[in-house]
Each structure stands twice: as C-alpha cells, then as structure tokens.
Design a protein around this ligand. Sequence first.
Ligand code: MG
Length: 291
Amino acid sequence: MSPGAQLLPDGPVVERLATGATWSEGPLWIPDERAVRWSDIPGNRILRWDAATGVAGVHRTDVEFTNGRLLDPDGTVVQCSHGLRRLEREHPDGTTTELVADWNGHRLNSPNDVARAPDGSYWFTDPDYGIVQPNEGHPGEHEYGDCRVFRWSPVDGLTSVIDDIDRPNGIAFSPDGLTVYVTDTASGLGDGPGHWIRAYDVTGPRASNGRHFATIDAGLPDGIAVDVEGRVWSSAGDGIHVFDEEGTELLFVPVPEVVANVCFGGDDGTDLFIAATTSLYRLRTSTRSPG
Ligand code: MG
C-alpha cells in the first residue's frame, strides 16, 4: 500500500462526470452554484457540471480561449484569457472586464493559470501557448521576450516575480502562503527541459529561493492543487501524482486520459475534480481544500 493510500476512502477510483470536450483545463468548484466550471480551450467555450443534477452543459461560448480560474472572495471569477492576453474578471451576468493585459507597455503572452496569495494579490503564469498554438488562441508575438510569473493587485499593479522557468504553467500556494509552487511544461513543445514543479519562498510581494520540488516523468505537470495539509496534487500524462511538502511522492492515481488540471471542491471540499482531455472526472479524497 502506498504511503498516501489513506487519502482515498474509496480507493483510487475516478468517476467520469462529463465528456465531449477537446482539451479540458481550468476546473473551479463554485459553492453557491454547486457546480464545476471548466475550460474547453480549443472549443473556445466554458463548460459547467451541475452537482445537483449531474448534468453537464455549456456555460458560455466565444470566450477568447479562457484557461485557469479562481473564485474571488466577492463571488466573481478571475480567469486567464489566452485570446485577449489578459487576466480578467467574469461577472455573474457573464460579462468580463480586464484586470491587467500588459507589462511595461508590452502585451502579456497568454496567461495560463492563476492563484490568489494570502495578501489578496493574484499570481499568474504567462507561458506562450495561446500565441504559438493556433487552436488555443490567436497567433502573436512575444512582446516582452520570455515567459514569466507575474503578481498583480489593484494597488501595486503588475510586477514580475519569477523569471527562471522556461514555460511556467500551473501555480498554487501552500496553505500558510509562505511557499508558491509553479510547474514548468517546457519539454512539451521542446522549449526547454522542464517537466517538473519548482518551489519558491514567498515574502510579501516577492518570491525567492527557487528550487526543484518534484519531477513528473509521465507527460507534464500542467495544473496543480494544494490540500489543507500542504500536499501537492499534480496533473500528469498518466493521472494524478501527490507529493508531501518535501517533494516525496505519496500516491499515484491513474486516470484514463491525459490530465491537464485539478481542483478541490464539492460540498465539503474533499472531492478532487480532474480536467482530463475530453472529460471531467471526480476522485473522492479524505483531505480537502485549504479554503
Ligand atoms: Mg495550464
């Protein structure tokens, strides 16, 4: 039995909740709706699975290739837009407003995933998939030259916080907010060697002491989620890999499709929702989201 087996009350059983997407990403549990919202990026739409009925459908279409998202304390959704190369807010009526789209006069590449820091700022990754992959955005130029992790707040504006990852992708904070984890998916398109997760110390608006945390050998670690006890649940080509705070692997859960991203949710926060290629899956766990 693996050291993490106690994390799965029903065993390593993934339940397919919905299918029919092209490339699923950016899952988010919305408690007030008891629903999961996620992106079908090449389909240029946002999908929604309703926990009460078990039925999935289309939330919105023509969404400018949105990707990762989070729930703001005010109940709106903050999400990454490949197509508009920005971080944006989606309001309950479905309209969106820009939060930030440029850095020092240069357009962002294509924001991919976002996490909220304890100080209320948003940290997001900005790889270039939305400008180099025509089915995930609009072909465009790298205006500032590389790919970074940024921090944005209404008060402080936009600052670059991490610049030593070739293709930063997934991002999540530890429960105490003192560590931020960022994945590097550069090896996917041959843009670098990265297929691993890095960790950084967080001191207010700064990240420092970047270090290797864990490697995913089967495919890539795209999106990640951290549980209430600080474990890191990572996507991979073959399923879900779970690491303790030291980066030691505790658990592997196979998933039938390539996994792009995960989030905790459900009524008590213990369900792991898995965005995996064409489908949304659920894994019952005995841990829960930090929130
Ligand atoms: Mg991603």
